[in-house]
Design a protein around this ligand. Structure first.
Ligand SMILES: [Zn+2]
Length: 624
């Protein structure tokens, strides 16, 4: 996985190089916001603050214990000690020793900066800077320190400071000769390391770059991670070290591969663009949309990419399904059109699910597939989640399916990200979603939401739950077990499935007899009972329904005829008229689907049959 990330990072670098955006590994984008203007003789002229912009300066992997050549903050450049900060420390009751510690810290940073500068003493171009710090320091640095807090606003003081000669537009760290000096120093150091270490990198298999004990760089915007960034590979405890290797030498990753995997992962987590959306009040708004990342809840995200260039439109389909495009996808897989196959068969799809775990990154899942498989699997996914809804076929967005087992009322419920992770896996790898998901969904079916003022009671058996149940049941099907179809299947004789249909008819019987104003109908009161222990529940339910049927027979004989015949036909499918005593988890799922499918069929019947429509009139619950 790290190798693939590193390859991605190398590809990104290659693209940058082509666009002349990348000069060398030793140079990197940095920000700057203040110019320190000096004269040839090293005397200080003035500070000039400007809106922060990007410049290219020496690349350093980690800030701590390091200084950058000619571009850094006021502490490093000027040995600037913030008096206001010291005042604050005092006010907060900090000891003088603590304040002294702060001062010493600033001095140490400044010393590092000067030390770095000294390494470039032979560069004639930089002599104004050396005069600023040494020969002419009274008019130079000492003057600058006095003026800094006078000329620069408090809010701007933490920006990076760059050196600029009066009359020039280029900053001194941007001079080509300065950058060339940085690059050649960098290469000399590397070559020396390679010749002394002479070890092969486990990712690129070469010894072109050294393997050293240096931090690999932090990765920002990891879900659930630290604001300062997280680390993927790190050996910071002695317990992880072995064979006399120190720290990150243990990873056997050369500095080039380390840099590129970090850049690859950073890009995946951050790449995106602004899109225009219609806001709530119909106004145009812009929203940032990640191109290679999906978030699962607040603490988990999935990043994905391909080895070659390929637009992963299928992933958008998973989130906003479009029946037309799904049809095209399935057709192209079944048809195996030669042109599409050729362009994608050599390509690979990668995805990695990750979470922040204190300062580290926890990898939850890793998927590597040929692009052909990837498309086939997504086609299969839509086949498996399809469900009948109001006479058509419904494909639920993946995230809505993940919500189907989630308890919206509980903040502590972590079902959503866990189910979402499993479902992405199921969609991409064609894997089996675990049965505990079925348990979570069935639990939600028992929870009856009190209706909002003026609204009908809503049935927790939603199309998304039906779809998810169907998916989990079919993918976990044992050999010879019933395949659950997307719509009512009269050939399916599973007693649990038939019982679910009977239950749906009994709900209609009650509705036709008593109208919609029943406070707690049999669905609310008996769903749990009937779907776990049908034998005892149906004994009572059948008795109740006899009274209802008698009433309907008197009032609406034609409706009685339809409902009574349905009950007889369904009961005839129960062998020996013996309802199952208990239902397993899978059977409870079949029961729920039977109930859902039967309701959908009733909706269709209602469209054709006026008497039935009137009897079940205002039944907003039907088919919802
Ligand atoms: Zn390498």
């Amino acid at each position: 996985m790290i190798k693939e990330l590193s390859d991605l990072g190398k590809r990104l670098r290659e693209e940058q190089r082509k666009q002349n955006k990348l000069i060398h590994n030793a140079i990197k984008d940095e920000s700057m916001g203040i110019d320190l203007l000096i004269r040839e003789d090293g005397s200080f002229e003035s500070f000039l603050a400007f809106p922060r912009k990007i410049t290219q300066a020496e690349a350093i992997t980690a800030k701590k214990g390091k200084a950058r050549l000619l571009l850094d903050k006021a502490e490093e450049v000027l040995c600037y000690k913030d008096d206001a900060y010291v005042e604050e420390l005092r006010k907060n009751g900090q000891t003088e020793a603590k304040i002294e510690q702060y001062r010493k810290g600033v001095e140490a940073k400044h010393a590092l900066f000067i030390g770095k500068l000294d390494e470039y003493r032979e560069l004639e171009l930089l002599s104004p800077v050396f005069r600023f710090y040494n020969e002419n320091k009274a008019k130079g640095i000492e003057n600058a320190i006095k003026e800094f807090s006078v000329q620069i606003d408090k809010e701007q003081r933490s920006e990076n400071i760059s050196f600029r000669l009066v009359g020039k537009t280029e900053r001194m760290h941007e001079y080509p000769d300065v950058q060339n000096a940085i690059i050649s120093k960098f290469e000399n150091e590397q070559n020396e390391l390679i010749s002394t270490l002479n070890k092969k990198c486990s990712l690129c298999g070469t010894s072109d770059f050294p393997i050293v004990d240096k931090p690999h760089g932090t990765i920002n915007r990891v879900p659930g991670g630290l604001p300062a960034g997280n680390i993927l590979v790190s050996y910071n405890e002695h317990a992880f070290e072995s064979y006399d290797l120190i720290g990150n030498e243990n990873s056997s990753i050369c500095i080039n591969c380390a840099r590129t995997y970090v850049e690859g992962l950073r890009w995946l987590l951050n790449n995106g663009h602004e899109i225009a959306i219609k806001g709530k009040n119909g106004k145009e708004e812009t929203k940032f949309r990640f191109t290679n990342r999906r978030n699962f809840g607040s603490d988990t995200a999935m990043v994905y990419w391909t080895r070659g260039s390929y637009q992963l439109d299928e992933l958008d389909l998973l989130e906003t399904p479009d029946a037309g495009k799904i049809g095209l996808l399935i057709d192209s897989i079944v048809g195996g059109k030669a042109t599409t196959v050729n362009t994608i068969e050599s390509n690979t799809f990668y995805s990695c699910t990750l979470s922040g775990a204190s300062a580290r990154i926890a990898i939850r899942d890793w998927i590597e597939l040929s692009l052909l498989e990837y498309r086939k699997n997504i086609g299969q996914w839509f086949d498996d989640i399809a469900i009948e809804y109001f006479g058509g076929t419904y494909y639920a967005p993946l995230y809505w399916l993940a919500r189907a087992g989630h308890n919206e009322k509980s903040d502590a419920d972590t079902t959503l990200p866990r189910v979402a992770t499993q479902l992405w896996n199921a969609a991409l790898k064609q894997s089996r979603p675990p049965l505990w998901i079925l348990g979570a969904v069935l639990k939600r079916l028992l929870y009856i939401e009190p209706p909002e003022e003026g609204k009908a009671k809503s049935d927790p058996m939603t199309k998304e739950r039906a779809s998810l149940i169907r998916l989990v049941l079919n993918r976990n099907r044992k050999e010879g077990g019933y395949v659950m179809q997307k719509r009512l299947d009269t050939e399916n004789l599973s007693p649990a499935y038939v019982c679910g249909q009977i239950f749906a008819v009994l709900v209609d019987v009650q509705r036709a007899a008593l109208g919609k104003d029943v406070n707690a109908g049999i669905r609310e009161r008996f769903f749990s009972f009937a779907s776990t222990t049908p034998a005892s529940a149906f004994g009572r339910l059948m008795k109740m329904s006899q009274n209802h049927l008698t009433k309907i027979k008197g009032e609406r004989p034609d409706v009685f005829f339809i409902l009574d015949r349905q009950l007889q036909e369904l009961n005839a499918k129960i062998v020996g008229n013996i309802y199952p005593a208990t239902l397993s988890l899978e059977e409870q799922g079949q029961f729920a689907l039977g109930y859902y499918h039967k309701k959908q069929e009733t909706w269709e019947k209602i469209q054709e049959n006026k008497a039935l429509r009137e009897a079940l009139e205002n039944d907003e619950e039907v088919a919802k």
